[in-house]
Design a binder for this molecule. Structure first.
Ligand code: NAP
Ligand code: F7E
Length: 336
């Protein structure tokens, strides 16, 4: 039985990846930091909480990481834990640098010292491309991060590569473009939109307040991307791979598609922070804009080219943009 450690087990990707690994017969150790209340709702919803051995894990505790790896001697280590919210990284840049950047060095160094057979996966991100130098972005596109989160993740990406090259370790990164699902945290824009629109539809909320509606993202389904994460560690050599859909949509497109699922059409008025969205049937204001949700530095447009993963790993995303939006809206309608 293969043993895998998955950090960030309480997060979106942790849940989907754990399910994939359990279905493949792995023994899964889920790295979980202490919180005052349980946050295992995603694992509960997948019905897998009791199949995972939960282990205490804190990104900032080097000795905790060292002892855990020494004891478990995992075949595979998936590092999904991070301070993953770009907006917060501007408010907490130092913590983000430690958690999402430097802590990866503790993991790599522990693997090198006490469990060199362990294959390591690092959750790299399209945020490293930031102010993009070419469209679409490929593995060879130069990086230009635009947030403390992107900068921290770039350190983690390069130290993973450096340990691979220096010590011949099986250390790979997936450069994943935005991937969403009903398990997405509610502060990320897609889930904020689906959650709020359904609450407005059910009379539980007045309106939805957002930031930059013109930002464009290459949005895919997290379940598809976690299949790709597993494939990256099963490849015959350690390497870096982009996972993306190759299609891009604006925040505004996402809202309009989501509204269609609840039979609503938005009529837009104004531009920039003055933009307002009205329910075209009732004329009720349902969307407005606040400067508070703009970032000091924005990533305007992401579009990934995942040809390498498609050709070398035989990976393809299955859920379309429309399918993703519908899935997220239907899940909100079911649970709210
Ligand atoms: P997520 O839902 O925000 O999950 C992050 C996980 O990290 C949570 O389990 C969280 O625990 C844990 N964590 C945060 N700080 C920690 C700390 N100090 N010590 C231990 N655990 C800590 O993120 P996700 O969407 O699943 O993403 C997974 C990984 O992929 C992240 O590294 C993210 O940066 C990266 N990524 C995500 C995307 C995307 O579009 N989703 C794209 C590219 C890369 P709590 O539940 O206790 O907060
Ligand atoms: O923002 C705009 C915002 O927070 C998407 C993380 O998983 O993907 C994610 O980072 C866009 C941005 O995701 C609001 O300005 C407008 O342009 O959903 P987001 P993100 O910043 O792209 C990458 C790949 C990661 O690696 C990260 O871990 O939407 N936007 N209005 C808004 N965003 C939010 N959150 N809230 C708004 O009200």
């Amino acid at each position: 039985m293969k043993k895998a450690i998955v950090t960030g087990i309480s997060g979106q990707d942790g849940a989907y990846l754990a399910k994939i690994l359990l279905d493949k017969g792995y023994k899964v150790y889920g790295g979980l930091r202490r919180t005052s209340t349980s946050n295992l709702w995603r694992l509960d919803r997948l019905g897998i909480t009791n199949d995972i051995e939960l282990i205490s894990f804190e990104l900032l505790e080097q000795s905790n990481i060292f002892k855990m790896i020494q004891k478990i001697q995992p075949d595979e280590f998936y590092n999904l834990a991070a301070q993953s919210f770009v907006g917060v990284s501007f408010e907490q840049p130092m913590y983000t640098a430690h958690a999402s950047g430097l802590s990866v060095l503790s993991i790599l160094d522990a693997i090198k010292s006490v469990s060199p057979h362990t294959k390591f996966y690092q959750a790299s991100t399209s945020e490293m491309f930031g102010k993009v130098h070419e469209v679409p972005q490929k593995e060879t596109t130069p990086f230009h991060p635009r947030s403390p989160y992107g900068v921290a993740k770039l350190y983690a990406h390069w130290i993973t590569k450096n340990y691979r090259e220096s010590y011949d370790m099986f250390a790979s990164s997936g450069i994943l473009f935005n991937h969403e699902s009903p398990f997405r945290g509610e502060e990320f824009v897609t889930r904020k939109i689906t959650n709020s629109l359904v609450k407005i539809h059910k009379g539980q909320q007045e309106k939805l307040t957002l930031g930059n509606l013109d930002a464009k993202r290459d949005w895919g389904f997290a379940g598809d991307y976690c299949q790709g994460i597993h494939k990256i560690l099963q490849h015959n050599i350690a390497d870096d791979f982009i996972l993306s859909t190759g299609k891009t949509h604006s925040v505004r497109d996402f809202i309009e598609k989501a509204c269609l699922v609840i039979d609503t059409e938005v009529r837009w008025e104004g531009t920039g922070v003055e933009t307002k969205g009205f329910n075209s049937k009732t004329n009720k204001l349902i969307i407005d804009i606040s400067e508070d949700f703009y970032r000091p530095c924005e990533v305007d447009h992401l579009l990934g080219d995942s040809t390498k993963a498609r050709e070398e790993l035989n990976w393809t995303p299955e859920v379309s943009f429309e399918g993703l939006v519908t899935m997220m809206m239907e899940e909100e309608l079911k649970y709210l």
